[in-house]
Design a protein. Structure first.
Length: 211
């Protein structure tokens, strides 16, 4: 008796019928096309993953900020030194002259203006020496801001030392005898020299960065 589980060898051949379910247009191409997923998770992010290479743009911006800070702070420190030199070298200060003499007032202003001129020319020379470097306008503005603060620092230092250490020939009956500036416009000598140099350098040598 033949086994019921075995198919009849003499029966008709079984032909597979394709799936008649309608497929949307383009579905076969989408199913066959490989899906490309960008491998972004495995790439190290600069500054976040230990051992990853630092972003060079971050280092450049950090160096630029430090450079601008130096161009601002150094003129202020120079102003403290110039204020000390002013109260020592000017008449009616700590060494010679009398504050009650009218001629000493103009000489004090001239000494302060001369010191400001020297400081402005020194900064202008350094700016001219570094004119080829990137960021010339930013350095120039930082130097100009530092020059304004440095001039004020020189004025305050000279006046303060004159009051604390005792300037020569100060009389209560003469208000202008105290060590100081009669022509406050002398404060503008230092910043004006730097401003003119920044204008000349940016006009002659600076060019906008290429995009």
């Amino acid at each position: 008796m033949p086994d019921a589980a075995e198919p009849d060898a003499g029966g008709p051949d079984v032909i597979p019928v394709p799936d008649a379910t309608p497929q949307p247009e383009g579905a076969s191409e989408l199913a066959a096309a490989p899906v490309l997923v960008p491998d972004t998770l495995s790439r190290p992010v600069p500054g976040l993953v230990p051992g990853a290479a630092p972003d060079p743009r971050q280092g450049g911006s950090r160096d630029e900020r430090r450079s601008l800070l130096r161009w601002t702070v150094f003129p202020v420190l120079a102003g403290l030194v110039l204020g000390t030199v002013w109260v020592v070298a000017a008449p009616g200060g700590l060494l010679y002259g009398l504050g009650t003499e009218y001629a000493a007032w103009d000489e004090r202003d001239l000494v302060f203006a001369g010191l400001g001129l020297i400081a402005g020319l020194a900064i202008a020379v350094v700016l001219a020496a570094t004119r080829r470097r990137v960021g010339l306008p930013n350095r120039g503005l930082a130097a100009l801001a530092g020059s304004v603060l440095g001039s004020l620092a020189a004025w305050g230092t000279g006046v303060g030392l004159g009051r604390v250490l005792g300037a020569r020939g100060v009389s209560a009956s003469v208000a202008e005898s105290a060590f100081g500036l009669q022509a406050v416009s002398s404060l503008a000598v230092w910043p004006c020299v730097v401003a003119l140099m920044v204008l000349a350098l940016t006009t002659l040598w600076w060019a906008p960065p290429r995009e």
